[in-house]
Unconditional design. Structure first.
Length: 96
């Protein structure tokens, strides 16, 4: 919930910065980039987290759709064959 609130406040701030340049909305990537450049560090970190979460969620949905649609079946079958022929190895565990 805190991130959603942060994202809304960031959107308001970005629109506010955009209005200062005589625009009501940001319509280009360049305008968004310019507004982001003006953000204080804390808000930049909030925005980065929000973008990362949004990308992760979109990626997860796409993978799920691809699995359901069978678009990964051939790749999975090939990976299983490679594994059965001894072409895979166990990944080392992270030492923490």
């Amino acid at each position: 919930m805190e991130i959603a609130i942060g994202a809304n406040s960031l959107k308001k701030r970005l629109v506010s910065l955009s209005k200062k340049s005589d625009r009501k909305t940001m319509s280009t990537v360049m305008e968004i980039e310019q507004a982001i450049e003006k953000l204080p560090a804390e808000e930049l970190f909030e925005l980065t987290h929000w973008i990362s979460s949004r990308f992760s969620d979109a990626w997860d949905r796409q993978i799920e759709e691809d699995i359901v649609a069978g678009r990964l079946n051939e790749m999975a079958a090939e990976a299983i064959q490679v594994h059965r022929r001894g072409g895979s190895f166990e990944l080392p565990m992270d030492e923490k």
